[in-house]
Design a protein around this ligand. Structure first.
Ligand code: SAM
Length: 473
């Protein structure tokens, strides 16, 4: 069983476990960027990491959140008197440290508690070599796992092959593993992976641990139509991995029903770059629609023959024709969004919600499950222009459809900029819209983000860029 190497399943799984056992205390060893620690909701949270503010340890990711205990895990356990319901081990990624972390954690685990260990199912030999030789790295923590599988009969251990391998430990019993004198080399792990790690599929784990019952009722009754729209050949090759990580994996791990529809504004050249249909090898949508640029433009001219004068309130700067500079793009956006809307209408009896986003978007944050309970339609706050963005919508399928249906009413609203068209649409249809801090980058066909040259916006998004560059290069 292979992992999905990029998905943040761990936080969702940890949260589901906390909800299920009504955990009161959570301990995380090794905080890194702190995304998981910050995202976990539990009455008492304790975070251990020696690196915050000093960076003297160069092994593993640097810690960017203030730990409640700024010390190594060995130091922590030496002085610790507390016990915990859920413990997540993700500190020093070398086997001997992890083995101590696991044993120490077992000693302070409450009855009925869970230990979750990250990176237990390395995918390649290189990614588990110590010392680290590449960025994508799990370390050899799996060896600690195999040792404990051979020596401690009083716990149960299994690895879920998602998110680099999530090792789950509970008090109980297990038949000791016998590796028959073999060395714990990567080659032997490859041959005996299922047995040595005790792999279990996510599906089976959720069922066996009755975790599904602890998923919110709203989530079970929900069926989402996910519509990804835009010039798919422009940036989807870059953004697809991010969409899996920030959106689809969250829906998957929470067992939320969804179907996908990709709607392509077909172009062969954009942003001065020739583009291809490569993206089609990646996606396996339930529905796929395509409109050629020629067809879209013919519709613009048919419904808005005076589009040049319609769109802009102010005349373009002297010597420049704004409409020529920016082409018909607002109208093209509007046409594609309206096509999404029409598709949603044709499917609205089968779905409760719709999540629609532009394929150019590279998201910084995860899809938030609490949006399922929101009475408002969620839009992103990203766009630096006024009004609502034209790139991300989540809510009741009827509302999303109404909000995105702007093309035929452009005659009335087109003197406003595009974001205002959406805002006006919301007001006219009495749709409550909530802007969420859900920033994203817009990616161009050449791989640059759209705000590369915007000094005004640059400082606001500089913290996202690091992540983007790490994950896309
Ligand atoms: C991979 S990061 C943790 C990521 C985080 N848990 C997450 O899920 O995103 C590893 C962290 O372990 C910390 N670390 C390194 N040595 C440690 C030790 N001996 N005890 C505890 N934490 C340690 C590093 O400073 C780094 O922040």
């Amino acid at each position: 069983m292979k992992n999905n190497p990029t998905s943040p399943y761990r936080r969702n799984l940890i949260q589901q476990i906390i909800n299920k056992i009504n955990a009161k205390s959570y301990l995380e060893i090794g905080l890194g960027s702190g995304e998981v620690f910050k995202g976990v909701d539990c009455a008492e949270k304790y975070g251990v990491d020696p690196q915050y503010g000093n960076f003297e340890y160069d092994k593993g990711a640097k810690c960017t959140i203030k730990p409640t205990h700024q010390m190594t895990s060995d130091e922590f356990f030496k002085q610790n008197k507390k016990t915990f319901d859920v413990i997540f081990i993700d500190g020093m990624h070398e086997a001997e440290y992890t083995e101590r972390d696991i044993n120490n954690s077992i000693s302070c685990l409450n009855e009925g508690g869970y230990i979750i260990c990250h990176d237990m199912n390395p995918l390649t030999k290189e990614s588990q070599i110590v010392p680290r030789i590449q960025n994508y790295w799990h370390g050899d923590v799996w060896k600690a796992w195999v040792n404990i599988r051979q020596s401690n009969p009083n716990i149960s251990m299994c690895v879920i092959p998602v998110d680099c391998g999530l090792g789950i430990i509970q008090k109980g019993s297990q038949k000791l593993l016998d590796i028959k004198g073999l060395d714990t080399t990567y080659e032997n792990l490859e041959k005996h992976r299922e047995e040595w790690l005790n792999l279990i599929s996510l599906e089976d784990f959720l069922n066996k641990n009755e975790l599904r019952r602890h998923i919110l009722r709203e989530e079970i009754d929900t069926k989402i139509l996910v519509v990804v729209f835009g010039c798919l050949s422009r940036s989807l090759n870059i953004t697809y991995k991010n969409h899996i990580e920030k959106i689809f994996s969250i829906l998957d791990v929470n067992s939320i029903n969804y179907s996908t529809c990709y709607i392509n504004n077909k172009v062969t050249e954009i942003d001065g770059v020739k583009v291809s249909d490569d993206f089609k090898n990646k996606i396996q949508p339930d529905y796929f629609l395509e409109f050629s640029q020629y067809f879209i433009d013919s519709q613009i001219l048919k419904y808005h023959p005076n589009y040049k004068t319609l769109y802009f309130r102010k005349p373009p700067a002297s010597g420049r024709d704004y409409v020529e500079v920016f082409g018909r793009s607002p109208f093209r956006n509007s046409f594609i969004e309206t096509s999404c809307s029409e598709f949603m209408d044709s499917k609205k009896d089968h779905f409760t919600h719709c999540l629609a986003f532009c394929s150019d978007h590279w998201f910084e944050k995860d899809f938030q499950l609490n949006w399922l309970k929101s009475n408002s339609l969620i839009v992103s706050d990203q766009n630096p222009a006024q009004g609502y963005t034209n790139g991300f919508y989540f809510g009741n399928i009827n509302d999303v459809s109404k909000l995105m249906n702007s093309f035929y009413s452009l005659r009335q609203t087109a003197t406003l900029d595009y974001e205002h068209i959406i805002k006006t649409n919301a007001e006219q249809n009495s749709i409550k819209v909530k802007e969420e801090h859900y920033r994203f980058l817009k990616i161009r066909a050449n791989g640059e983000h759209a705000y590369q040259k915007s000094p005004r916006l640059f400082p606001k998004i500089s913290h996202i860029l690091n992540d983007y560059h790490k994950k896309t290069r």
